[in-house]
Design a protein around this ligand. Structure first.
Ligand code: NAI
Length: 257
């Protein structure tokens, strides 16, 4: 897969940190011109530095992925500058606060749905307008194991990620015959800044969570980014509308002997 992405135009959102940052690095290392989008300007600068040190090409886009005008403008910029979009990794997301459902602040619920689900709808809406006329493309949307499970206290997050799975399947169904492959990625516990912040808030829960993972460790963000890159590559040319779970066995079910 060394020069698989040579000259390809790739968009990664949530590119300023964690999984997205690793994905930008990996796509760039493989020869892609990567548009890196994030709300966090500092994170974007760090990603650009990281890529520059390995000789890749990245163009930063500072935006809120839930803002329709901003997303439309970014895709228009890509169309003008690059003329096409070969692969998109729609990955930005937030966890939101943790409360029992009956106590969940409605404004928090709306915010999580906005950032995690509306953003995926908007991204695909404008990405497809570029990919469809070109007759090819790949899209990977970041869901979560919370798209398959019901983590207590995380109603907004789980609802948003179940929604990402559903949107991905509809988009895949609508676009498979147009040579556009759309899949979702469901990471398990991944040791990114988002998880580190949650672990610092609740170390006992973090310890318990790691013990409950059959692999007995969280993922390195690189291990998740690798799956996104694979799904975007020709190696995955017959994978349509699937959600690939990369979770150290967290959702195997059952129990150890
Ligand atoms: P992270 O917090 O390290 O990175 C997320 C990035 O998204 C940040 O740079 C942040 O600034 C950006 N972002 C947040 N809201 C945004 C907005 N409105 N507009 C633009 N950018 C925005 O988190 P991580 O772990 O890399 O998460 C990436 C994706 O993976 C998220 O969708 C998350 O839900 C998902 N995920 C993460 C897991 C984990 O254990 N870390 C597990 C399962 C899923």
């Amino acid at each position: 897969m060394s020069d698989e992405f040579d000259g390809k135009i790739v968009l990664v959102t949530g590119a300023g940190s964690g999984i997205g940052q690793e994905a930008v690095r990996s796509f760039a290392e493989r020869g892609a011109l990567v548009y890196a989008a994030d709300l966090n300007a500092k994170g974007l600068a760090a990603t650009a530095d990281l890529v520059a040190s390995t000789g890749g090409t990245v163009r930063s886009a500072h935006l809120d992925v839930a803002d329709e005008t901003a997303v439309a403008d970014l895709l228009a910029r890509i169309a003008t500058e690059a003329g096409r979009l070969d692969a998109a990794f729609n990955n930005a997301g937030i966890t939101g606060s943790t409360h029992l459902l009956e106590d969940y602040p409605t404004e928090d619920f709306d915010r999580v749905l906005r950032v995690n689900l509306r953003s995926i709808f908007l991204a695909m809406k404008y990405e497809l307008r570029l990919m469809k006329p070109a007759g090819s493309g790949t899209i990977v949307n970041t869901a979560s194991v919370a798209a398959l499970t019901g983590p207590g206290g995380m109603s907004a997050y789980a609802a948003s990620k179940h929604g990402v799975h559903g949107l991905t399947r509809v988009a895949a169904m609508e676009n498979a015959s147009h040579n556009i492959r759309i899949n979702a990625l469901a990471p398990g516990w991944t040791e990114t800044p988002m998880v580190a912040a949650n672990s610092a808030q609740n170390p006992a829960f973090a310890e318990l969570a790691r013990k409950a993972i059959p692999a007995k460790r969280g993922a390195h963000p690189k291990e998740i980014a690798a799956a996104a890159v694979w799904l975007s590559s020709s190696q995955a040319s017959y994978v349509f509308g699937q959600m690939i779970v990369v979770d150290g066995g967290m959702t195997i079910g059952g129990f150890e002997p």
